[in-house]
Ligand binder design. Structure first.
Ligand code: SF4
Length: 341
């Protein structure tokens, strides 16, 4: 999946009458097949918008989203080699609250039959049941025949999330967007669910986009899934790298703040950044700060940070990328005065 937003001209506009929030701005990102990408950042940073746009659930006002080289919205307009319907089947989502999308009046087997009936109208009911039961077993809901007969209110939160994963896998997807999919679960169940998703990745050849506000979960998921983490701040992707790169050697001051704000990472408190941020309040996304959007809160900010947007660039020739003037030795940042409050 490739997502490209041209700066300023290609924004997702969220209309909040009468103001417009640019939920994601100037992000360009490739997600490879069988990749694991976690997106982290505080609420309102645009990670869900980016994820949903990557799977064709939201349309950018400009820029492009491609799946296997096919522009998704060109396909939607009937100008593609592949149908929009086919693309959408390949791109599935698991929500934070799976219960809200499960019809309380239907048994699980009926709920799971619906998408299959839609995609495979010729499949008979015996075949459908067999497919559903086999997948229920795969996601750990055994005996499947027993679970298949249950109503949603007879399931725990963890079981509902397994049903959501089962429903996504029934479509044989290439990409699954897990949007805070484990956030509502108890800590022990979170690890179980992440392990299950990663185990099934090998079986189903799935690519994951894993959205979380919690850096420790993103770390677990990407370390075990051999993936990367993208750090988002106010609609921009400010750093990209493996969990080890971002936690051991963060290059963006916001990533540094984020890791210190995550007690589960057990960092050495004597090395904590002080002060972690110049201001605690998140700027108004309707009217974001000029220049580097983090400059109003960044402990490393200088006058030069108020002008121009730092581009995301590779760090030391490895896979890590960062958008910060401080990482550019020739930039006017180094000649400029520290920002006064
Ligand atoms: Fe901080 Fe300046 Fe880097 Fe932005 S460009 S993160 S304000 S040092």
């Amino acid at each position: 999946v490739e997502v490209h937003f041209e700066k300023e001209q290609s924004l997702w506009d969220f209309y909040q009458d009468p103001d417009v929030v640019h939920a994601v701005d100037g992000v360009s990102l490739d997600i490879e097949e069988n990749d694991v990408l976690a997106l982290v950042g505080e609420s309102g940073c645009g990670k869900t918008t980016l994820g949903k746009t990557a799977i064709g659930l939201q349309q950018p006002t400009s820029g492009s989203v491609e799946f296997r080289g096919q522009d998704i919205w060109e396909a939607k307009a009937g100008r593609g080699d592949v149908s929009f319907e086919e693309i959408r089947q390949s791109l599935q989502i698991i929500h934070q609250d799976p219960g809200s999308s499960l019809n309380p009046n239907q048994r699980l087997v009926e709920i799971l039959s619906e998408p299959l009936r839609h995609v495979h109208p010729d499949m008979d009911s015996a075949e459908r049941r067999e497919r559903i039961f086999s997948l229920l077993e795969r996601v750990g809901m055994s005996p499947a025949a027993d679970f298949g007969d249950r109503y949603p209110h007879q399931l725990s939160g963890g079981e509902k999330q397994r049903v959501a994963l089962c429903r996504a896998l029934l479509m044989n997807p290439d990409v699954i967007l897990a949007d805070e999919a484990i956030s509502a679960l108890d800590v022990s169940l979170r690890v179980e669910m992440m392990d299950l998703m990663l185990d099934l990745q090998d079986v189903f050849d799935t690519t994951y986009v894993f959205i979380s506000h919690d850096l420790s979960n993103a770390r677990y998921f990407t370390e075990h899934g051999d993936g990367r983490i993208g750090v988002m701040y106010l609609g921009e992707l400010v750093e990209l790298g493996t969990a080890e790169e971002l936690i051991e050697d963060p290059r963006h001051p916001y990533t540094n703040v984020l890791r210190w704000a995550t007690p589960e990472l057990s960092l050495d408190a004597t090395e904590a950044v002080d002060p972690p941020m110049r201001k605690i309040d998140i700027p108004d996304p309707v009217n974001p700060p000029s220049g580097c959007r983090f400059h109003t809160r960044c402990p490393e900010a200088r006058e030069a940070c108020k002008q121009g947007t730092p581009a995301r660039e590779p760090v030391d020739g490895n896979g890590q990328e960062v958008a910060c003037f401080r990482e550019q030795p020739e930039h006017a940042y180094w000649e400029s005065a520290p920002l006064e409050d």
